[in-house]
Design a protein around this ligand. Structure first.
Ligand code: SF4
Length: 290
């Protein structure tokens, strides 16, 4: 069995949604604009970091424009009432254009791995409990301006992450576990910092008011303690046991924090309707376009 942070997070959010997605393989017919935007912008910034580490030139704004247009042409995209392709385009270009200057100021240097490639989107696995591999793509392993080894997640978000995400967020804990377990293979020393860089996708203001898009970070913290790491391992063991038992319960929560209002499967879960969902074979085609 192979698991990942996002897979476990989906299970913790709602067992039924996990079942629809991972067991039945259902997918929404439309890809959310937020998801598509995040993927295209992520590629623009990671391509830039790789090129920079290899001494090559790269234009992330041009890359974003090209890939955003291509993705829109190939994908059925769902925009909310307050979103538009043009607004996403303007925000993405602004962030991608700012990224090279941000990168210079950050003092970060992507490490080059044993294969001669920058450690960007590094796929790593570790057997986290017997018979279960934890898999993850670490966005970036870099040296800070102070010469410390850092494991960094590149985020696209509306608002900066809260302190709890930085200090005890499980995605960074999983990254640390993966990097630590693969230190020898990667040829790296112990991890001294974990954290993130955030691209805040606020709309570009037409009036010159408001903050607009912004790049924040690197926001770094000390590595997770042994207590936090072992707690995470125990939790993964517990979650995997529940998944193996087939415990796929609905989790509607309370009115103020229900995951249902944002759930891609709510038509099916609440009304038994497959409207807006693709079955596995169709879902495969849809996913490959993203
Ligand atoms: S609608 Fe709510 S309970 Fe049903 S699958 Fe979605 S999140 Fe779970």
């Amino acid at each position: 069995m192979e698991i990942s942070f996002s897979r476990l997070h989906k299970y913790e959010t709602c067992g039924a949604a996990y079942h629809y997605y991972y067991v039945r393989g259902l997918r929404p017919e439309q890809v959310s604009a937020n998801l598509l935007f995040g993927k295209v912008l992520h590629k623009a910034k990671t391509d830039y970091i790789k090129a920079h580490a290899l001494g090559e030139t790269d234009d992330p704004a041009a890359m974003f424009e090209r890939e955003w247009a291509r993705a829109l042409g190939q994908t059925i995209v769902g925009f909310s009432a307050t979103q538009s392709p043009e607004a996403f385009h303007d925000t993405g270009v602004a962030l991608a254009r700012e990224f090279p200057a941000f990168w210079e100021r950050s003092g970060l240097t992507a490490l080059i791995g044993p294969g001669g490639q920058p450690m960007v989107e590094q796929k790593l696995t570790v057997e986290i409990v017997p018979g279960v591999d934890l898999r993850g793509y670490i966005d970036l392993v870099a040296l800070t301006a102070d010469g410390e080894m850092a494991v960094i997640d590149l985020k696209t978000a509306m608002t900066p992450a809260p302190e709890a995400t930085l200090l005890i967020g499980e995605q960074l804990t999983d990254y640390q576990i993966l990097a630590d377990a693969n230190r020898q293979r990667l040829g790296i020393e112990s991890i001294a910092r974990v954290g993130f860089i955030e691209l805040l996708k606020r709309q570009v203001s037409k009036t010159g008011r408001g903050k607009g898009p912004e790049i924040v970070g690197p926001t770094l913290a000390p590595p997770r303690t042994e207590t936090l790491v072992s707690e995470r391992r125990e939790k993964i063991d517990h979650l995997v046991t529940q998944i193996r038992k087939g415990a796929f319960f609905r989790n509607p929560g309370m009115a103020y924090n229900t995951p249902c209002s944002m759930c891609e499967f709510r038509n099916l879960c609440l009304h038994g309707s497959m409207e807006g969902l693709a079955r596995p074979a169709e879902a495969k085609v849809q996913l490959s376009a993203v």
